[in-house]
Design a protein around this ligand. Sequence first.
Ligand SMILES: [Zn+2]
Length: 487
Amino acid sequence: DRCRVTILHFNDVYNIEERPNTEPVGGAARFATAMGKYRDQNPLVFFSGDCLNPSMMSSITKGKQMVPILNSLKVKAAVYGNHDFDFGVDELEDVTMETKFPWLMSNVIDTLTDKPLADGLEKTVITWGTKKIGLIGLVEEEWLVTLATVDKDDLKYLDYVEEGRRLAKELKEEGVDLVIALTHMRWPNDVRLAEQVEEIDLILGGHDHDYDVKKVNGKYIVKSGTEFRNFTKVEVDFIGPKYEISTMKIEVTSAYREDVEMKKIVEEFTSLMSDKTATTLGRIESELDGRFATVRTQESALGNFLTDVMVAATQADLAILNSGTLRSDSVHSAGDFTIKDLLTILPLIDPLVVLEATGTQIIQALENGVSQYPKTEGRFPQVSGIMFGFDPEGPPGSRVDPNSVKVDGEYLVPEKVYRVCTKAYIARGKDGYDVFKDCKPLTDPDEGPILSTVIQNHFTAVDIVKGLKPCRSGHHQSLIHVASVAK
Ligand SMILES: [Zn+2]
């Protein structure tokens, strides 16, 4: 009684186009050809999450391009990743209704429905010949509690070890031959899962983008890279009730030709992008001045708007954004605010991060921000939740009057710890904001919400609150607090 089950695994795909000039070039079209080589083995294709965002295309499509792509790759099951929630639970459910395979979410309960979050499945069983393969989908708490579009108080998180063990046991009792955990978590959590749950036979993970395979406690943990550049062929050879597993890394280089059907899908969406940029996101009541001469020297309506949304989306005490982030260098008139406006102002994928900073550190950051004034330097800060005055004539480093600084209407306390939202780039100490390198990040800078995405979600949330758009799931991004609008 021998049989071989072939599994093809991938995770974390964002751009469907290939990257030029760097091997492996990846891209969905060559990826399809590379996977197609194993078609005669009738492979089980599994995906470990993160596909709907971030990419320039997704800021226009909200990730819809991934539906025909995942369907065409014949994915059999997937687990949700953090970025799949970037546009909210409603948008995610719209996508999963269109995909022809189940999405798993075994250890997060939506307390508004008492079911797994985003209508995920707790477990599923796939029959392959005489073999039954059981699947569960496990995620870590770390990214779950930082989602901008889901309030963590609406979630019940169950430990992936406890829940993984319970479900894997159930599956084994139901006669499943192999239990696979699709996971979206960092390496140490996958290792803990492998060490502590005997009933799981194989872990196919995501979230980490570096390709790696490890054997822990006698079982394989596989992470298959990113961006359609790599995938893993896993062969499970059953010999009676026992099995042997081997893995092989496949690199999607330009040596693979582009699959014709998949290339059509990619081209359809790249051409759609240019048409869609005229789409209106919402209305703005007053003009937003994004000229460098304005945003790099003074408080501005545009800077206030963006940073107010940053505070609202992350529930931080205040936000500091370097004005160099704002790229449009033009005035956006009142009225319709389009995707083109948004992408002209924020063309880059800028993840946000929340840091713990003391009052003293915040003043140091502001000092850096105004140190180059009146030069129109990109470090000049746009802020929300905080007010301050500075003396432009003072020596750089001593321009901010500490007695002028207020957070949420209260004078800044030097030794008090505040939650500061900024972008990951600034948190890494760039643009002279070295002080933030010493601050403890409360959220993962690599996986934070994307600035342009939270701005888009703000307009969606406004429509929901105004009753212009229904919200089936009950989850949406928080709106700007009245106090910060009034400043
Ligand atoms: Zn991820």
